[in-house]
Design a protein around this ligand. Structure first.
Ligand SMILES: [Zn+2]
Length: 429
């Protein structure tokens, strides 16, 4: 399969881009060759696609379901009862809905942690994007991993052995307050032996930090290090509350921070210290949306804007988190974090890209393309999306979109029906 994009703007000048198989073969002012598909790139710019490094994709089912509530009562009283009524089939349909939304927003990869992960694999395989999918670990009591997790993880491993190269498995213990030290140590041993990624929520709230000091006599980051969890393949989601020692540990171990500015603001978790963590301490940072329940969309464009604005506000310094740095964290840094040879538009790199419509109102005038992407663009500016050399969206059309939306609507109606039944049972009605 080959795709030739004619006269698209690349680094400020029109050029032709030839994709062969899943890589960029040639980028030049003019390419004369035969290709399976020829795209008109005029009035469009080609840019790297987005890599979303913290997500719970199937949570699209909870968009707007329980907003404006503090994290712990939000989880306990709303999210967990809702999730108890979700089936594997629901996860499949709601993940497809999430992927649809991600493709519309130019995202070609997400790092996921959720129940029924085999359904996530199915959705990703069908829809053609990339994903790191977690073996989820949550305990019912210290040292006792939920039976459902163990069974699903076993099925996930069996399924992944024949999955495409777009899928990577991670170890995804939920957090230090839902997984004991003993299990974290076991997971870190396994991850090291397999050279696998670890994905965990860390230092998200003040409460998590104060409980960690109470329970373990140290911060969550120090505790994770004690359990052998910190390394260059560890993705730490949030990292809002960090002591100087924590920042140093994260840098020394080479861990990757998944910064989720919108979720942090919405749940009032605290303010991520962008300038200190990234610009001064040089920790590795990527961007994530978190699940829809705490966002309420999966737009990496919105995420970039919030990351930039919240960093400036937090440091009271308008020069912090400039557009090109933020754009890099959402694209190249995310791809690099997961060893995906993409994130730049260059020959021999994997052919992941977006075509941006330069005639959309938010892109006019085009004094600075990357500034427009970070501060002005919305998803209507994204015309086409390529992942692994395949066109997933062209002229803003994704094949099968209506069917995916309707199937997700039916699945969500079913979840609500089961939730109501549970409620009636509890009330003795
Ligand atoms: Zn999360």
């Amino acid at each position: 399969m080959s795709i030739l994009i004619k006269q698209v703007i690349h680094n400020g000048a029109p050029c032709d881009v030839l994709i062969e198989g899943n890589r960029f073969k040639k980028i030049a002012p003019h390419i004369d060759c035969v290709a399976d598909q020829i795209l008109d790139g005029r009035h469009k710019a080609i840019l790297p696609a987005f890599y979303n490094t913290h997500n719970h994709a199937a949570m699209t089912s909870m968009r707007g379901y329980a907003d404006d509530i503090d994290l712990f009562p939000w989880l306990k009283n709303h999210i967990w009862p809702f999730e108890a009524c979700i089936t594997s089939e629901d996860v499949y349909h709601c993940t497809r809905l999430a992927i649809l939304e991600m493709i519309r927003g130019g995202t070609v990869f997400f790092n996921d942690m959720y129940w029924f992960s085999t359904s996530t694999v199915r959705a990703v395989e069908e829809m053609g994007i990339r994903a790191a999918i977690g073996r989820l670990f949550i305990e019912s009591s210290p040292g006792v991993i939920l039976d459902g997790n163990l069974k699903e993880n076993e099925a996930l491993e069996a399924l992944a052995s024949s999955a495409s190269s777009r899928i990577t498995l991670t170890y995804a213990p939920h957090a230090i307050y839902t997984v004991s030290g003993k299990t974290l140590c076991m997971i870190s041993e396994r991850a090291k032996a397999e050279n696998a990624f670890i994905h965990i929520h860390a230092s998200e709230t003040e409460r998590e930090v104060s409980n960690s000091h109470k329970d373990h006599g140290m911060s969550p980051i120090a505790w994770l290090d004690r359990c052998g969890m910190l390394g260059p393949k560890t993705i730490l989601a949030h990292c809002v509350h960090l002591a100087v020692e924590d920042i140093n540990l994260i840098r020394e171990r080479g861990c990757i921070i998944a910064h989720n500015p919108i979720s942090n603001l919405k749940l009032a978790s605290g303010r991520f210290r962008f300038q200190e963590v990234i610009e001064e301490s040089k920790c590795r940072i990527t961007l994530g949306t978190d699940g829809v329940a705490s966002n309420n969309n999966l737009s990496m464009l919105d995420t970039m804007k919030f990351a930039a604005l919240s960093a400036k506000d937090q440091s009271r310094n308008a020069t912090v988190a400039p557009a090109h740095v933020i754009f890099d964290t959402a694209t190249l840094k995310g791809a690099e974090a997961f060893n995906i040879q993409a994130g730049t538009i260059a020959e021999r790199r994997l052919a992941d890209a977006i075509l941006v419509d330069l005639c959309q109102p938010a892109m006019v005038p085009n004094h600075h393309l990357i500034s427009n992407m970070v501060y002005a663009a919305d998803t209507s500016c994204i015309d086409s999306v390529l992942c692994d050399g395949r066109l997933l969206m062209h002229n803003r059309i994704i094949p099968g979109e209506q069917d995916i939306i309707e199937a997700a609507q039916r699945a969500i109606a079913g979840i609500l029906e089961r939730l109501n039944q549970e409620h009636r049972k509890r009330e003795g009605l």
